[in-house]
Design a protein around this ligand. Structure first.
Ligand code: GRF
Length: 203
């Protein structure tokens, strides 16, 4: 059931975002910075499954509430839907979140959960394909190009509908670290802008 404040958010076209992240949070930092003076798009919650994740410090510095989630509750409980409702979250951004998203959460946020993946999906996606492993595989396969994919999240890893891709060249001498830097630049440049565009089309 929809809570009253969510209805109000829809009427006024306000968006309250939760960013799910478990890593250093460089993308979360860029997103927070990009929307810091935006009164319609608010980063309202940072969710992490790691107590020591760098993203939690970033949340603290920006006075954004945090929620630490546990596996048992996430997958076998109510997927923290109640907590998200308490914060009147309207949209979810995954930025370095490695757990699969449970069906219950997908049902509560239909077409309102997006993810960023550091490769050109459908290649180099799926379970275990994250961070260094992605870039290593791309280089091993002598790909000439890699990039980023922003996509909707469904119940399968990295398989939701694509929203946006950007590419970069992979040079012969690129190491996974060099490629990671190129990809990170693309992510930081495009992710906040794409979120803004997606939200403009989401009521
Ligand atoms: C990014 O490369 C993103 O594509 C992937 O996880 C990484 C998160 O990096 N899903 P950061 O924590 O935002 O620096």
């Amino acid at each position: 059931m929809e809570v009253e404040s969510n209805k109000q958010n829809k009427i006024t076209n306000n968006h309250r975002l939760a960013i799910f992240a478990s890593g250093t949070g460089s993308n979360a930092a860029k997103i927070i910075d990009y929307f810091k003076n935006n009164t319609h798009i608010v980063i309202a919650l940072i969710v992490s499954n790691k107590k020591e994740a760098g993203v939690l410090k970033i949340a603290e510095q920006n006075n954004i509430p945090t929620l630490i989630i546990e596996k048992e509750n996430f997958f076998k409980g109510n997927a923290y839907v109640n907590d998200l409702e308490k914060h009147t979250i309207t949209f979810i951004v995954l930025a370095g979140f490695l757990w699969k998203v449970p069906q219950q959460l997908i049902n509560s946020f239909p077409n309102k959960i997006i993810n960023i993946h550091p490769a050109l999906l459908p290649k180099y996606g799926g379970k275990g394909m994250y961070g260094h492993f992605v870039h290593q595989a791309v280089i091993q396969n002598k790909e000439k190009q890699s990039g980023i994919t922003i996509h909707f999240v469904n119940e399968k890893y990295d398989e939701g509908k694509h929203i946006f891709q950007a590419t970069c060249n992979v040079n012969e001498n690129d190491t996974p670290e060099i490629l990671a830097k190129k990809i990170q630049l693309l992510e930081h440049k495009h992710f906040p802008e794409q979120i803004e565009k997606i939200l403009a089309n989401t009521l």
